[in-house]
Structure formats: structure tokens, C-alpha cells
Design a protein around this ligand. Structure first.
Ligand code: SF4
Length: 366
């Protein structure tokens, strides 16, 4: 009988993935913690993580709850690292930070690239190749981020890497700048990959570097404190006690990955390799973007600039709110007139954050 693992790995390269592994479906012990994490409210406002099946069971708690027909999972990873700066390298104080996964444009088309599309296109290619090559009819489902699965747990069991203390999947050669995609299949496999050894060792850099203390213990992240969550998923007001820690992050946060030795740094003379994917070319205005530009952006400009970009998830109000917080944390008194205008904004959430930023800047220069 043909081997699904070999078949998937051979075709994954042709489909454009950097890594591919396969795990049989079983009860993964890490998913018990996922249930606890959700029940403790650590998922915050991300209600989609709490979706349940017709029996009221959390879909993400077990593949049996979400796709009882699935017998194996193909997990693929795509490197999105670039040669651009890291968030921990000095940047002008009037600039913000957008997480590197949202910088991209398709070099061939000059358009924004949403990584979901880039990964899904490759997954569908791989799915088609496997379906054609497999001797029997098989059932499959492709997911990139949006499915009822916890990709990181599946990736660790499929041999892609280990789950680091910052909860990202880390591969010894490629680091952790990895987009993950999964294909559930109805094919039974006996092969159980060797678990990838945890190479975090005694390192605690990510835990110490997180400005909002979101990594509450090794391998445990309270999403409600995570800057990625606060800048992208959180609607309305950001809790005041977390705003100072957000620094100049306006969309997402890369700090816990930037400090990771497996991703490297210039000072250490090593960097994780850059991606070969043509879609993942940085759009320069999004690398250290001007805070003034973001704060003064009209809704029409937002829709135009970020068409097809994951940044749209933060929404217009959210991105400007984040820019106000970043200006408050910048120490740049020249932002004061702009923030005074934003206090008069018709949106009370915007006005409240601008007021907070003004107070902070005035205190800094008094
Ligand atoms: S910074 Fe250190 S502890 Fe954190 S994920 Fe990387 S190796 Fe592990």
C-alpha cells in the first residue's frame, strides 16, 4: 500500500511548502489544556475558538468533535521570514510596528497578500495531487487558521517542530516564522512520527521580553494580555493597565519571536533563513509605518490601502485606536496637536485613547 506520509511530503515541496509532516488522529494531550484555557476565559473575545458541535462539545478540543471521519492530518509549514528588521532593533520613535506576517504584497501583482490565500492555494494544490495519486477515493478538508483545529498542537505531533515556551511552533532549521496549514484526511496511517525534542532548554527570553506579561508560565499564554490579541481582536477600549506595555505595536506583535535564539538576531550573527515564496515581499510603508499616517488615515484610505490585507481584521477604528496608544508611548511631543484633534473625534473610544495618550505625553515632557 502506498504511504501517505511519503506521498504528502514529496508533493508538498512541489506545492511550495517548506515543511510537511503527517500525524494519525488521536486524543492529543495538549488539547486538554486548550479546554481549560477556554473555560478560564483566556481566549478573551475570540468566541470563534469556543465553537461547539451539535452535542455541545468544543470542536477544537478533539478532532472527533469536529470531523469524526478524519483519520490523519497532513500539516504543512511555509516560511515567511524576510531580511527586514526585527521589532527589537532600534526604530525611530515616531514609527509604529506591524507584525511581519502582515507586511506582504505579491511582487508579481503589486497587491496585498493575505497569508490565508497564499497558504490555502498551496494546500489545495497538494490536496489535488494527493487525491489524484491515492489509489482509493479519500475525503479531505483544508484549513488555514479558520478551521476547528488547533494547528500548533497538530504541527508538533506531525514533526514540524516543537511548541516553544512562547507557544509558537519552532523548527530547528527555519525558526518560528511559519504559516501553518492542515489537510484532514480519511486515510488511516500507522506511522507515528517521533516527537520533535523541545530545544527551549533553560531559555526564558520570550517570557522576560513580553511587555504585558502575557506568557504567564512556560507554554502558557493568556491571550487577553497578548499584544497581538489587544491590537487585532480586541474591540472597544484596551484595558488601561496594558496600554503602556503595548509600546508602538499597532498591529500584532513579534517580540516573543524576535528575541527567540532560534530566529536569531544580527548581534548574534545568525538569522533564520528568508522565505523563497514570491508573495511574501514586504511592502516598505508597512515596515515601521508612520504613526501620523495611520492616525490621520481616512476610512476610504484604510479600505484602499489594506484591501486584501490581514490588517483589515483590526478594523479602521481599531488601527487608529492602536496608533493613538503608540503615540502616547512614543515620547514624541510633536504628536500633541494631532492627539488634541483626535480627542474631538466623534468616536468615544477613539477620544478616550487619545486623551490617555495626551496625558502620557504631557507627563513625559513636564
Ligand atoms: S525565546 Fe527561548 S524559551 Fe522562548 S520560545 Fe525561544 S527558545 Fe523557547
Amino acid at each position: 500500500m502506498q504511504d501517505l506520509v511519503q506521498l504528502a511530503q514529496a508533493h508538498a515541496k512541489e506545492a511550495g511548502f517548506d515543511l510537511c509532516g503527517v500525524t494519525p488522529v488521536r486524543e492529543f494531550p495538549q488539547l486538554a489544556y486548550f479546554v481549560q484555557w477556554v473555560e478560564e476565559g483566556q481566549a478573551g473575545e475570540m468566541k470563534y475558538l469556543e465553537s461547539r458541535n451539535e452535542h455541545g462539545e468544543l470542536k477544537r478540543a478533539s478532532l472527533a468533535n469536529a470531523a469524526s471521519w478524519a483519520r490523519s492530518v497532513i500539516v504543512c509549514a511555509l516560511n515567511y521570514n524576510t531580511d527586514q528588521p526585527y521589532s527589537i532593533e532600534p526604530a525611530p520613535s515616531d514609527r509604529g510596528w506591524i507584525s511581519r506576517y502582515a507586511w506582504f504584497k505579491d511582487a508579481s501583482q503589486g497587491k496585498h497578500t493575505d497569508y490565508h490565500d497564499a497558504v490555502l492555494r498551496r494546500l489545495r494544490d497538494l490536496e489535488a495531487r494527493i487525491t489524484v495519486a491515492w489509489p482509493d477515493p479519500i475525503r479531505t478538508w483544508c484549513y488555514v487558521d479558520t478551521g476547528p483545529v488547533v494547528e500548533r498542537v497538530l504541527a508538533s505531533h506531525a514533526g514540524i517542530g516543537w511548541m516553544g515556551k512562547n507557544t509558537c511552533i519552532i523548527n530547528e532549521q527555519l525558526g518560528s516564522w511559519l504559516f501553518l496549514g492542515v489537510i484532514l484526511t480519511s486515510v488511516e496511517i500507522e506511522h507515528i512520527p517521533m516527537p520533535v525534542a523541545d530545544r527551549c532548554g533553560s531559555c526564558t527570553r520570550c517570557i522576560e521580553a513580553c511587555p504585558t506579561d502575557a506568557i504567564i508560565a512556560p507554554y502558557k499564554l493568556d491571550a487577553r494580555k497578548c499584544i497581538s490579541y489587544l491590537t487585532i481582536e480586541k474591540r472597544g477600549e484596551v484595558p488601561e493597565d496594558l496600554r503602556a506595555g503595548m509600546g508602538r505595536q499597532v498591529f500584532g506583535c513579534d517580540i516573543c519571536q524576535d528575541v527567540c535564539p532560534w530566529n536569531g538576531s544580527v548581534s548574534e550573527g545568525h538569522r533564520a533563513p528568508a522565505t523563497k515564496a514570491v508573495e511574501f515581499q514586504p511592502r516598505q510603508e508597512l515596515v515601521d509605518p508612520s504613526l501620523e499616517w495611520l492616525a490621520q488615515m481616512s476610512r476610504d484610505e484604510f479600505n484602499q490601502v489594506f484591501r486584501g490585507s490581514p490588517i483589515k481584521r483590526a478594523k479602521y477604528e481599531g488601527l487608529r485606536r492602536n496608533a493613538a496608544i503608540a503615540m502616547g508611548n512614543s515620547g514624541e511631543v510633536r504628536f500633541i496637536p494631532l492627539l488634541e484633534d483626535m480627542v474631538k473625534d466623534g468616536d468615544p473610544v477613539m477620544a478616550a485613547h487619545a486623551r490617555w495618550a495626551l496625558e502620557r505625553l504631557r507627563a513625559a515632557c513636564s
